[in-house]
Unconditional design. Structure first.
Length: 282
């Protein structure tokens, strides 16, 4: 009974904090609303979009709560909580001996599941941006390496990724954020062109590295879930640029399908289409 009461108090507290955040943070509230309207159009009415926007804020308050667990809870407890499906798909990719790129999205609690993956199946490389503040940078690295994974700073880029692949490890790259014009290719996302990093596709085309989708979400009972899908095939032609563009589009389709399955758990607070459609964020 005490456990149920504690859970109920936690849920009420998270709901209250999310409500306050949603009311006070006008900037991110408007970004979320406009993203949802831009992405879904007539698929969702105003009331449904508003409900979804509020659910997104609640998801990220819960994400923060779970981050405290990642920093403080025993690793054995975290290991038991994480549910991973489809590891056989990654095993087959790694059997080739060249490592594998796992494309991920800002869905569910991706930090939680990748830590759990390292505890259950061994080290993985995790590509992430090094934070500017020294304390934040140290905390992020501790979080990502606590379970045995190796963080690869985006500043090191390709060199760090190749180093992990040489160890025949999976390397996780989150691909669902906007990039610079020079750093990304234009492919459809929710039917609208969006800049997307081509790193995984380039490695697939020129080095035959398998690219495996691995996406996360929170189950209804609270357990973090990661689902690993079969590799995205790289079809080679005489036109390498066209091959890479086609592969990046397939990656985006996989991300979109996952986001549509649990939209309240994706990062709608990010200006995903700001390069091509800055006016929606004005």
């Amino acid at each position: 009974m005490k456990k149920n009461l504690s859970h109920s108090l936690k849920e009420r507290l998270i709901t209250a904090i999310a409500y306050i955040w949603y009311r006070l943070d006008r900037r991110h509230r408007e970004i979320t609303r406009r993203n949802l309207e831009f992405a879904y159009g007539a698929e969702l009415g105003p009331a449904e979009r508003e409900r979804l926007a509020r659910a997104v804020f609640r998801h990220f308050i819960l994400f923060g709560w779970e981050t405290l667990e990642l920093l403080l809870a025993p690793l054995s407890w975290i290991r038991r909580r994480v549910v991973i499906l489809g590891q056989e798909n990654l095993d087959r990719a790694l059997a080739q001996g060249r490592g594998a790129i796992v494309i991920a999205a800002h869905a569910g609690n991706w930090e939680y599941t990748v830590l759990g993956y390292g505890l259950q199946y061994g080290p993985a490389g995790v590509v992430g941006r090094e934070l500017d503040h020294p304390w934040g940078r140290a905390l992020a690295r501790y979080l990502r390496e606590r379970g045995g994974n190796a963080m690869v700073g985006k500043q090191r880029g390709l060199k760090g990724i190749l180093g992990q692949l040489k160890l025949n490890r999976p390397v996780g790259i989150v691909i669902d954020q906007n990039t610079t014009t020079s750093g990304g290719l234009l492919v459809d996302f929710f039917g609208k062109p969006a800049r997307t990093t081509p790193v995984a596709a380039i490695l697939a085309r020129h080095r035959d590295i398998p690219v495996v989708p691995g996406f996360s979400r929170r189950l209804s009972g609270g357990s973090p879930l990661m689902v690993i899908f079969p590799p995205i095939p790289m079809e080679k032609s005489k036109d390498a640029d066209a091959d890479i563009l086609r592969h990046v589009q397939l990656q985006n389709r996989a991300v979109e399908a996952w986001v549509r399955s649990c939209p309240e758990q994706w990062l709608w607070l990010h200006r995903r289409w700001k390069n091509q459609f800055p006016q929606i964020y004005e």
